[in-house]
Design a protein around this ligand. Structure first.
Ligand code: FAD
Length: 386
């Protein structure tokens, strides 16, 4: 058993930290959040470092499929900027990882080099107005018409679809086939005729908004079916396999990043803030909260890296990824709320990062399969009788 972080991962972490210190210092992260704008110029410089190729093999223009490195990149970006971390995911994971696992050879040759270079993003179109956790029930339809596919329906919370090249869209492709055999993924450009985007307002993740997206007789070439002809009606295995498996870890990696940043801030604040003639760090209530927070982040990180290690070895890790998503995101939420408590009123005030961490961390146990859904997965997969 070797817990040493590989050299290339240490180098990646340091590269991203140096990059963020230069291009996205805390005051800038606050400004982008306040202005509710996506830091596109910063992302473009980040992509130029080559980090977005970490899910793509070298033969397709990447640096090799490396889940651990990908999680460390997300963690480091998440420490400073939720929108940068999510943009990285939309590119390297929603794009790179899915096309590598599910795309046809033609799609791999065409799309992976652009995704690896950080020049193309995907948005996820899974959720619908009446469909949340029960994704097999999506109602957006795709019908074959000659060598095109016609899409009708509506998606909700389609995050980043305004700037994505393609929406990675889950559709019902066969109205008569049994459940789980009637779904496909298609690539729909948000600019296609008949696609309408309406911005939604949410509590956190400012600068990277979600959209209601409607599809009104949207016609796309059949070559946009993910996996080509062989991918038609194979959407469920694509979704249940690589797509949601590693997505759970991506959300957990953001959680480790945000929680770690919150502990650093609260720790430093407790050393400086004096009350009753002493730093508040001298009071046991504060010391224990910070010691617990450090311990929880350490445990969360170990769990994340272990699951990433399993995924890197292509081992079946459905249970471990669900446990990681559940534990890490719930832990991150409780750690950030404790750190906010340590900072008292300043944990609630604009001008400090803590209030942003709180807004952002609350999202993590909801997306990518809620905590209840992860508990269901764990109990079901471990064979607990119903
Ligand atoms: C900011 C933001 C960004 C998002 N980005 C995207 C995106 O880019 N693409 C996308 O497709 N979606 C996105 N989503 C949607 C997100 O993934 C949804 O939260 C998810 O689809 C679940 O739907 P729901 O939250 O409506 O919950 P529902 O599924 O409606 O569940 C409601 C409640 O019931 C519980 N519940 C449901 N079923 C069960 C069950 N079987 N057992 C126990 N409890 C259950 C849930 O845990 C939850 O507490 C985003 C959401 C937000 C808020």
């Amino acid at each position: 058993m070797d817990f040493a972080e590989p050299e290339h991962v240490v180098a990646l972490r340091e590269t991203i930290r140096r990059f963020l210190a230069r291009e996205m210092p805390p005051a800038e992260a606050q400004r982008w959040d306040r202005e509710d704008k996506f830091p596109r110029p910063v992302f473009d410089k980040l992509a130029a470092l080559g980090v977005t190729g970490s899910t793509v093999p070298e033969e397709y223009g990447g640096t090799g499929r490396d889940i651990l490195a990908t999680m460390v990149a997300i963690e480091e970006l998440g420490r400073r900027s939720f929108p940068l971390a999510v943009a990285f995911i939309n590119c390297a994971c929603y794009g790179g990882m899915n096309i590598l696992e599910c795309g046809s050879e033609k799609q791999k040759r065409e799309l992976l080099p652009k995704l690896a270079a950080g020049k193309m993003w995907f948005a996820y179109g899974l959720t619908e107005p009446d469909v949340g956790a029960d994704l097999a029930s999506v109602r957006t339809t795709a019908a074959r018409k000659g060598d095109t596919v016609v899409i009708n329906g509506a998606k909700r919370f389609c995050t980043g679809s305004d700037i994505a090249e393609y929406i990675y869209l889950l559709v019902k492709s066969d109205p008569t086939a049994p459940r789980y055999q009637n779904l496909s993924f298609v690539l729909v450009p948000p600019k296609a005729r008949g696609v309408t985007l309406t911005r939604m307002d949410t509590m956190g993740l400012r600068g990277f908004p979600s959209f209601d997206v409607t599809f009104d007789d949207v016609e796309i070439p059949a070559e946009n079916i993910v996996g080509g002809e062989a991918g038609w009606n194979k959407g469920w295995p694509m979704l249940a396999g690589p797509t949601l498996g590693v997505e759970k870890l991506e959300v957990a990696a953001i959680g480790v990043g945000i929680a770690d940043a919150a502990v650093d801030d609260a720790w430093a604040y407790s050393e400086q803030r004096q009350q009753f003639g002493k730093p508040v760090s001298s009071y046991q209530a504060i010391r224990h909260m910070l010691a617990d927070a450090k311990t929880k982040v350490h445990a969360a990180r170990l769990m994340l890296y272990h699951a990433a290690w399993l995924a890197d070895r292509n081992e079946n890790c459905d249970v471990e990824t669900s446990m990681t998503k559940l534990f890490v995101t719930e832990t991150a939420k409780s750690v950030v709320l404790d750190c906010q408590t340590v900072m008292g009123a300043y944990g609630y005030a604009h001008g400090f990062d803590m209030e942003r961490y709180v807004r952002d961390v609350l999202l993590l146990p909801i997306i990518g399969g809620s905590s209840s859904i992860q508990r269901n997965n764990i109990a079901n997969r471990l064979g607990l009788p119903r």
